[in-house]
Design a protein around this ligand. Structure first.
Ligand code: NAP
Length: 275
């Protein structure tokens, strides 16, 4: 993984799951990594696994928009800039639209969409014209199509595509590179930590994620995709084919989603011998 050697990296959303999975690979590739999230006790525990020179820590809450410019500047000063920034922090809400409060939907947009956008604007101010910078934005299958009980989450991830595709087009002739990563089902606590429609913690892991990809394996595929210069790519099990299905036959994908998609997906997987 030569691409990562000596790179200065910021992982926002590094305290668990996919973000945490990235750290070990990056350090073993001799990158220096700044890790950020809200739970600093979790970040400190992660930091103890590595040398203090290779992994630094900065607590951040991407929902606290007032603080983000200053946090971005503080982060930038730690290694004197970044080569790659992973905008990976995210929260889910899992409930019917009719049972979800607008306040909770706004929180999801604030964390998943406005957090990465505000941090990006700060980074672009700090970046000098000669600095090369890769932004790696974590989207989702729900960033490509909507599914029941994930309306606000899907909206926030769709918004990331619209925003970062536009920014990529605006900066095509520059050394800013934007990668949109679409993980499939990854075995993390995203739905445990996430909200119900009333804003209380969901507290349970979604079945599909329970059987999903190991977050470290997912992290490795992400690093390979970025190193190869992929602008948008899907990482996951056979569920990743729904993105192709949606692109080629959107009507079929919509029909699939309406008719209990996970049960159907399990049937399709069995048909093709995936499980
Ligand atoms: N797991 C999947 O199947 C899957 C599929 C598609 C996309 N994704 C996306 O992958 C990304 C990582 O999620 P994950 O699955 O690895 O779940 P996770 O283990 O719950 O990780 C979420 C990360 O985001 C951080 N975070 C949440 N709210 C934050 C805030 N307000 N400020 C700063 N950091 C915050 C969390 O740290 P703190 O709680 O310490 O702040 C944690 O480090 C998310 O963007 C998620 O939408 C996941």
């Amino acid at each position: 993984m030569d691409f990562w050697q000596n790179k200065r990296i910021w992982v926002v959303g590094a305290s668990s799951g996919i973000g945490e999975g990235l750290i070990g690979w990056l350090v073993s590739s001799k990158a220096r990594v700044l890790i950020s999230a809200r739970r600093d006790e979790k970040l400190r525990e992660i930091q103890t696994r590595f040398s203090k020179d290779s992994v630094r820590l900065l607590k951040i809450d991407v929902e606290d928009h007032q603080s983000l410019e200053q946090k971005g500047e503080e982060a930038w000063s730690i290694f004197g800039g970044f080569d790659v920034v992973f905008l990976n922090a995210g929260m889910s809400v899992r409930d019917l639209v009719s049972d979800t409060q607008v306040m909770v939907e706004k929180r999801i947009m604030n964390i998943n969409f406005w957090g990465p956008v505000i941090l990006t604007k700060t980074l672009l101010k700090l970046k000098q014209p000669n600095d090369a910078l890769h932004l790696v934005v974590t989207s989702s299958l729900s960033g490509k199509y909507g599914v029941p009980k994930l309306a606000a989450y899907a909206a926030s991830k769709h918004a990331l595509h619209g925003y970062f595709d536009s920014l990529r087009a605006e900066t095509a002739q520059t050394n800013l590179k934007i990668h949109l990563v679409i993980p499939g089902f990854v075995k993390t606590a995203i739905t445990v930590a996430g909200f119900r429609g009333d804003g209380t913690p969901n507290g349970k892991m979604q079945n599909a994620l329970e059987k999903g990809m190991d977050p470290e394996v997912c992290a490795k595929y992400i690093l390979v995709g970025v190193a190869k210069g992929k602008e948008e790519f899907v990482v996951g099990g056979s569920e990743r084919f729904t993105v192709i299905l949606n692109r080629l036959f959107p009507g079929w994908n919509r029909a699939l989603i309406r008719s209990n998609p996970l049960q159907r997906l399990a049937k399709i997987k069995r048909f093709f011998g995936f499980q």
